[in-house]
Design a protein around this ligand. Sequence first.
Ligand SMILES: Cc1cc2nc3c(=O)[nH]c(=O)nc-3n(C[C@H](O)[C@H](O)[C@H](O)COP(=O)(O)O)c2cc1C
Length: 319
Amino acid sequence: MKTDKQFWTTLPKPIIGLAPMDGYSDSAFRRVCKSVNPLIVTITEFTSADGLFHNAERVKKKLQFHTSETPVIAQIFGKNIETFVAATKLCEDMGFSGIDLNMGCPAKNVVQSEHGVALRKNHDLAFALVEAVAKNTSLPVSVKTRLGWCDSSDLIPFALGAQNAGADMICIHARTYTNPYNVPARFEAVYNMKQLLKIPVIGNGGITSIPDGLEKLGNLDGFLIGQATFGNPWVFAATPPQSFSEKIPLILNHARWLIEDKGETRGCYEIRKHLISYVKSLPNAKAFRSKLCHVASITEIETILTEISQQLTTAAQSA
Ligand SMILES: Cc1cc2nc3c(=O)[nH]c(=O)nc-3n(C[C@H](O)[C@H](O)[C@H](O)COP(=O)(O)O)c2cc1C
């Protein structure tokens, strides 16, 4: 999909999207979420700019996407201007609709390498990266970051600096680096920041449904949903399916797409955690989990899902 720097500004509001999540928001899961709601925006798992620079063919595989996912934004992380610019060019050639710079990842190895959220300790480098990427691409450039390190005291100068450097959108995960994921997100500082910015601002953190997102939207331009999509891509649906059997076709597509993309062994291994999430709220989930965590083929997945559905129907009839 051809986009320009106005992409985020001209998208219908509120912008609703799937948060980038390493190990989850791969092409197959993005396709699943897009089939539930074609209007959402999706972002790839974070991908190393250095990796793209040095091992382009191998790392590009992680970034592959299907046309049905568009518009899809490539998220890259790193700290080196040269590799960021080269990675951006690769993403542009691959047909991505935008480039997102990860400045929020708290993973130990990422922070130790002074990537991700560590860039909040080095505003000058963060802005230099945004500027270099923005100047070297016609795609819209965004930044995803957190409230701050241990509080939100530098959020406004950081956001204004990113905007001045050429960012076309900023997304704030409304927790700090030192907040674990289960601490409630706090949006007040994000609303205050938005008042001072010209570019769109997207909020993220702890949003459990579209109504919940709309309630927390305030003056923001949109929101991303992350963990609440695990086992529940229907969080994006206007009318979610009522029964487990109605969910089966999409769950099977998820498995098929993962297997198509990553091969049967890897695909079956990776679908297991999703299958476990798909059944987590069902009665007798424990028994289902123990079967699903060993699946090795699409036929086996289909058989187990059908068995689950039949057991649920029988239990409902005898209740
Ligand atoms: C397993 C996992 C992987 C994540 N990977 C990324 C990532 O690659 N890039 C990124 O910007 N954020 C990543 N995040 C953060 C999410 O995008 C999001 O900001 C965070 O989960 C808060 O949203 P939520 O409360 O709706 O889950 C990840 C989060 C989780 C749970």
